[in-house]
Design a protein around this ligand. Structure first.
Ligand code: CDP
Length: 223
């Protein structure tokens, strides 16, 4: 079991996907699960302050990740929402929804169930600290803000949406601040995690680093 955590746009999803592909593991994007619940909250027009109603909705919503083309397709109650969960509206509300313990309880339970079979790469904010404290390898991925903003801009613009660099930077920093300072499972580096700064690395280099580390711990376990 590999845990990858880190702030927004630090390279987790790309890295987790490719590492999983190389090791023949299953990639589980836990952020996509929080986004899926947030999408349902917005669709139901539940005010973001109504914690109990959001908790109830999370409890009765089926979030399902399906491996597809080495990424995750995301389904809520059987409906494919893979694209919708990346919208700016979801991105702007997801941190608040994710800060509610009731939402986390539901999703963490599901994440642990999926991880039980082993051979998984989970990525998120609390994987090494809360979801899988006994993961074989924990990576805490960081990158310079300017780099993260650039990467996210390219990603967003590839979907046809337009974003202003300064606003994007402000939103990324705000989300990181909120995720790091919340009471329920804040974003923080696990004590036994390896920190990987991807600012000046190519995707190939960051993937290779994690794969090498994984092979080392897997090798040690099998010896
Ligand atoms: O892709 P990006 O790094 O921007 O975000 P994401 O991984 O899709 O996660 C979106 C949001 O979900 C984060 O900002 C957190 O508020 C929340 N999240 C969380 O609380 N716990 C996780 N394990 C994963 C995501």
């Amino acid at each position: 079991m590999i845990a990858i955590d880190g702030p927004a746009a630090s390279g987790k999803t790309t890295t987790a996907r490719l590492v999983a592909q190389r090791l023949g593991y299953l990639h589980i994007d836990t952020g996509a699960m929080y986004r899926a619940i947030t999408l349902r909250v917005l669709e139901e027009k539940i005010p973001l302050s109504e914690i109990d109603r959001i908790g109830d909705l999370a409890e009765k919503t089926q979030v399902h990740l399906e491996p597809f083309d080495s990424t995750n397709k995301v389904f809520v109650d059987g409906r494919d929402v893979t694209r919708e969960i990346r919208s700016l509206a979801v991105t702007r509300s997801v941190s608040l929804v994710s800060s509610y313990q009731a939402v986390r309880d539901v999703l963490v339970r599901e994440q642990r169930r999926m991880a039980k079979r082993g051979g998984v790469v989970l990525e998120g904010r609390d994987i090494g600290t809360v979801v899988l404290p006994n993961a074989d390898l924990k990576i805490y991925m960081v990158a310079r803000v300017s780099e993260r903003v650039k990467r996210r801009k390219v990603e967003i613009e590839s979907t046809g949406e337009v974003v202003e660099l300064a606003r994007l930077e402000q939103e990324i920093l705000e989300r990181d601040r909120f995720d790091s300072s919340r009471k329920a499972s804040p974003l923080t580096k696990a004590r036994d995690a390896l920190e990987l700064d991807t600012s000046d690395l190519t995707i190939e280099e960051q993937v290779q680093f994690v794969v090498d580390q994984a092979r080392m711990v897997i090798g040690q376990r099998e010896r």
